[in-house]
Design a protein around this ligand. Structure first.
Ligand SMILES: [Zn+2]
Ligand SMILES: [Zn+2]
Ligand SMILES: [Zn+2]
Length: 169
């Protein structure tokens, strides 16, 4: 698999019994590095929202996040959650999946900007990010040829993940 990531983190579709705490820790560590490198403020609330997006590998809707935050006692208004998600998106830490109206943590381990392509399992809902520079280049070239200005380059592909296909989900 060609990838623009500095280091491949895990399988695109990690096993269901993988150590997910490792994924969360890696994402939070990267967020701290990315934000401090840019002088962007990763507030406690933004960090918590990122952690919630990383609850698993299934994209979460803003209201799922809002509910989880509210369950923790603090009263949180929807705009707060949306602002935090906007911030995380701007910093390249989460991606928004239009087809699901949901957010998923970015799996990149470096700080390069990328559009993100997602393989979304219609059975278990897990979304795996593949960041293939060949796909991005092909789209950029085709769009330029068409005189088209790309606003949202993220690609969402639906199908069935290897675990659901083999029935070990
Ligand atoms: Zn994980
Ligand atoms: Zn990404
Ligand atoms: Zn699946």
């Amino acid at each position: 698999m060609a990838t623009s990531f500095g280091k491949k983190q895990t399988e695109p579709f990690p096993a269901h019994d993988h150590d997910h705490r490792g994924c969360v820790q890696q994402a939070l560590d990267r967020a701290a590095v990315v934000c401090s490198g840019r002088g962007a403020r990763l507030t406690e609330q933004r960090r918590r929202v990122l952690e919630l997006v990383w609850s698993g590998h299934r994209p979460l809707g803003a209201y799922d996040i809002l509910e989880a935050l509210s369950g923790e006692g603090g009263r949180v208004a929807p705009p707060t959650v949306y602002r935090a998600l906007d911030f995380l998106q701007e910093q390249g830490l989460v991606h928004r999946l239009e087809s699901l109206n949901a957010y998923v943590g970015c799996c990149a381990t470096d700080d390069t900007g990328h559009a993100g392509q997602f393989l979304i399992c219609q059975n278990c809902g897990v979304a795996a990010e593949i960041a293939d520079t060949r796909i991005e280049a092909a789209i950029r070239d085709s769009a330029a040829e068409a005189g088209f200005a790309i606003a949202r380059p993220t690609i969402e592909i639906e199908g069935m993940c290897p675990h659901c296909r083999t029935g070990d989900a």
